[in-house]
Write a protein that binds this ligand. Sequence first.
Ligand code: ATP
Ligand code: MG
Ligand code: MG
Length: 553
Amino acid sequence: NIEKPLDFIRQIVTEDLRTGKHSTPVTRFPPEPNGFLHIGHAKSICLNFGIAAEFNGRCHLRFDDTNPSKEESAYVKSIQEDVKWLGFDWGENLFYASDYFDKLFDFAVELIKKEKAFICSLNAEEMREYRGTLTEPGKDSPYRDRPIQECLELFQGMKEGRFEEGSHVLRAKIDMASPNLTLRDPIIYRIMNVHHHRTGDKWCIYPMYDFTHCLSDALERITHSLCTLEFADHRPIYDWVLDVLETPAHPQQIEFARLNLSYTVMSKRKLMQLVQENLVNGWDDPRMLTISGLRRRGYTPTSIREFCKEIGIGKRDSWIDMGVLENAARNDLNGIAPRVMGVLDPLKVVITNYPEDTVEDIEAKNHPQNPDMGSRTLPFSREIYIERTDFLENAPKKFFRLDIGREVRLRYAYFITCISVVKDDATGEVLELHCTYDPETYGGNAPDGRKVKGTIHWVSAAHAVNCEIRLYDRLFLVENPDVDKDVNFKEHLNPNSLSSLTKCMVEPSLANAEPGTSVQFERQGYFCVDSRDSKPDKLVFNRTVGLRDSWAK
Ligand code: ATP
Ligand code: MG
Ligand code: MG
């Protein structure tokens, strides 16, 4: 376990504490409550809350709720649940940008009084024309020199609902010739006759992100405002607003590379489409890389935190392979998930020399490497189920499982030898195997020293619990469903991303498994009792990950 060097943001924090610029770091995680959190947000959560924890500072949870048309309290609730589940605690520090609406209005008035903002009455199309392009400077709005008093009155009128949506906006007066388009007199307030999930109908004007975010940070005395690289262009306006206005602090905006994962889309807007068009079964569909989807799939908070640690924080955008995320799940579950036996595609085996009315208790370890996890007993009887793929007729030499005349070890029980196969006369389908067992091989060794290479899992047919197992494949067929702007990302959906197996048989110890329980089905992978659809008399398991990386090329 080699300690990684500090990432560039932690280096900045360390330096700021050393020089006394700050005595404690204060960070914030600022989600907009317009959807559920995804694995990309987890990166930001781990960074912001992680720094607070490591440097004895604090991290605010702030809802960036200034665009009421897309925001809802249901999302506020889910976001809080997800942050807590990931293992982080904002304590007292829960904030809403909407709590600052009064203060933000006053700040805007101050800007007008300083001749740093004006009411612009161009319509949207005119505004676009005046704005210019990347290669062409913009032109000043004809309203740019509107007198202060007139601007103040119009702004008050906007607040009082006296104007139509789109008739006026408040714009910062920065520089229409700037090569950075975000500085070309950006809009900072617009009229929106929309109900807000917290402030109700009190407001019909709402502030824009670039005005709200820096001021919210300053009001909360954030020291380091960490955001993704797309906001680098917005840093000048962040600093401009805080330089022009008298604020309690001037936080430092620092940008880091966002998380991009292969075979998925990550924007809430796109995830929302999948949900609304029923292309997945809700935000917490186990195929979704939302926090709630990953939780339902069987990911642990530790595995997600370790994943974020593993990928680190950098300044350049990069793509992370899905295998890295899956490995994090494997690494954690390997240590904590009890081993059990479950057969996905059952094939009946009759052990013809085993007494008919006998049931034996077989002792099985819950974790071969961790004796503290104890053991359980498994019933063994004359009829068992094995995995259909563990039998192959006329198998090649290297197939160390069952064929007629071949011997295998049943995990924790006996050696069995396949004697004959019963087939459906019409279809030729294998219906059951007839085998004999060697009573001398209990526990897995033969007294005569003969070796068998293969060990297979099994469950007693009379005692097994029937259940459904859901297997998941990648949700998209291509590494980057967003890459070609002419093709809608939904065209790349994998039609076979979910397969449901309903004839599965698992050992009886799982009969009362609680929703959310994670286990390893030996030889198959890690599985988790589904928290939405599993019922005591109808268990449903989700495969979290297989035992090996299936994404590697
Ligand atoms: P989306 O485009 O998915 O809606 P967003 O950035 O609009 O994401 P917010 O709710 O505004 O969503 O994001 C909250 C915080 O999470 C922001 O600070 C944002 O930078 C961060 N964040 C969002 N997506 C990622 C990502 N893929 N990687 C790292 N951080 C992210
Ligand atoms: Mg956003
Ligand atoms: Mg976005």
